[in-house]
Design a protein around this ligand. Structure first.
Ligand code: BEZ
Length: 218
């Protein structure tokens, strides 16, 4: 297989979220000044006034209170002008009553899309893919999702993954397959023989073996 010479920078999990200044539907912002001490979901959509994007943006707007309850702000982005954004926000409100009550970046020069690897030219040279960046209060990227142009995202999964990250941080645990709020979580495996022997004697854990043990947080 030939190595591609056109590989561009892609932010990765664990990286500091790249800083930028941009025009948005709430005015000009500096990213590093926004959502201080909060989590941030930075997400892109391919284009205003398109059907899948309208369902996704409406999904974010309808469930904004659930993000707020998780100390999380939302910020959208597409390679459209601020006038197009305003027209679309107004159009969707008139048609459905749903209001996009969060900033949407007007990334007309593609600066932010390129900075975040949202422009993936083999999918589209002019529209951002459907990216979701989960950024913690220290502005570290903690999880990244990329979806193509023709498949909408899953809001339940975005909220589930956000909550999983926060609970994992708070309790120093890991989340098993399909974990949901209220379900058991995985405790860190032992790192020494002594810890392993102790783990095998634990009565309060759901123990499959020394390396796979679950506990309830309730
Ligand atoms: C949509 O949101 O429906 C869409 C946008 C760009 C390309 C394909 C679909």
């Amino acid at each position: 297989m030939e190595l591609q010479s056109n590989i561009t920078y892609m932010p990765r999990i664990g990286d500091k979220a790249p800083d930028f200044e941009a025009m948005t539907t709430i005015g000009r912002i500096r990213f590093s000044d926004y959502a201080k001490d909060k989590w941030l979901i930075l997400f892109s959509h391919p284009a205003d006034f398109t059907p899948v994007c309208t369902t996704e943006m409406s999904g974010f707007a309808k469930r904004k209170s659930e993000f707020t309850a998780l100390n999380t702000e939302l910020m959208g982005l597409s390679i459209d002008s601020v006038h197009a954004h305003l027209g679309w926000v107004d159009n969707v409100r008139k048609n459905t009553g749903v209001y996009f009550d969060f900033p949407i970046i007007a990334d007309i020069d593609m600066k932010v899309a390129k900075l975040y690897g949202m422009l993936q030219p083999n999918e589209s040279e002019t529209a951002a893919v459907r990216a979701v960046f989960f950024i913690d209060p220290r502005k570290t990227i903690r999880l990244i999702m990329y979806y193509p142009l023709n498949v909408g995202r899953n809001m339940d999964e975005i909220l589930r993954a956000l909550e999983a990250l926060q609970i994992s941080d708070k309790h120093k645990v890991a989340m098993p397959l399909d974990w949901k709020r209220g379900e058991k979580v995985i405790v860190p495996p032992p790192r020494t023989l002594e810890e392993m022997e102790n783990r095998l004697q634990e009565k309060d854990l759901e123990l499959v073996d020394f390396y796979l043990a679950k506990t309830s947080l309730n």
